[in-house]
Design a protein. Structure first.
Length: 252
């Protein structure tokens, strides 16, 4: 797949889920955090809770809280990149401008999973998901004109049902699909940051969330992540047109 000089990515999240580890349900710092400080020196800890609706006798309901352990967020310096460790998942997140290419993410994953395996053993994963949130914004042109930039099929579905003379305020679509054993959730369209006002800015959202689930052996995690990324890249390439590739600039 092409490697682009610039992107429209607002957020990239890789998350690996596993069965809850008792050692992560206390506020005691683990050696994993010690390892992370070399690259992610700013560490914060927060108690994780789950809000539940509890039904009492007679049909009355009230809200209850259940402690879920601790979240430790490890932040890098000088770039919006974090590693978060929860009792039942670990995630690497890139903010706007921080993600450049999958090879760099793969290197960060090797570092994080190397520490995770060393500190917690060969834990099986139950889900590996990779999400790419693109906000494709152009400063010029009509807000609804995506000719040569976005796949015409996507643009047609976004505009479908819009009457002549009507002004769109929002049109976002939700696609759920499967390719082999990779599940795909694609949210696309015109979200409109100025909603509920009519669309004025030329911005198109491509929010790709791809994942595999089931029992995944620790040693398979990197390959499964690569499989998920391949599907995500295929969908992205299918969703855009040559004009957008020219704007982003393909690196040979």
């Amino acid at each position: 797949m092409p490697h682009y000089r610039t992107t429209f990515l607002k957020q990239v999240i890789l998350r690996l889920d596993f069965n809850r580890l008792a050692v992560l349900q206390t506020d005691a710092e683990t050696p994993f955090t010690v390892d992370m400080r070399g690259r992610y020196p700013d560490v914060t800890s927060n108690a994780a809770t789950m809000i539940q609706v509890v039904m009492a006798q007679g049909g009355a309901a009230h809200l209850g809280q259940q402690g879920m352990g601790w979240l430790r967020v490890h932040k890098a310096q000088g770039t919006p990149r974090t590693v978060t460790l929860a009792p039942d998942w670990v995630a690497i997140e890139y903010g706007e401008g921080a993600y450049h290419h999958f090879d760099e993410l793969r290197e960060q994953v090797a570092f994080v999973l190397g520490s995770f395996r060393n500190r917690f053993g060969q834990v099986q994963f139950t889900r590996i998901g990779l999400r790419y949130v693109n906000e494709i914004t152009r400063p010029e042109g009509s807000a609804l004109d995506w000719n040569g930039l976005i796949n015409p099929d996507l643009v047609t579905s976004v505009k479908a049902g819009l009457l002549d003379g009507a002004r769109m305020a929002r049109s976002v679509h939700h696609l759920v699909a499967q390719k082999e054993d990779v599940s795909v959730i694609l949210n696309y369209g015109i979200n409109n940051p100025d909603y509920p006002n009519p669309v004025a800015r030329r911005q198109f959202v491509l929010d790709l969330d791809c994942y595999v689930s089931g029992l995944i052996e620790s040693a398979e995690a990197e390959q499964r992540m690569t499989d998920v990324n391949r599907t995500a890249e295929e969908i992205f390439e299918h969703s855009i047109e040559p004009g957008l590739r020219d704007i982003m600039g393909i690196v040979q």
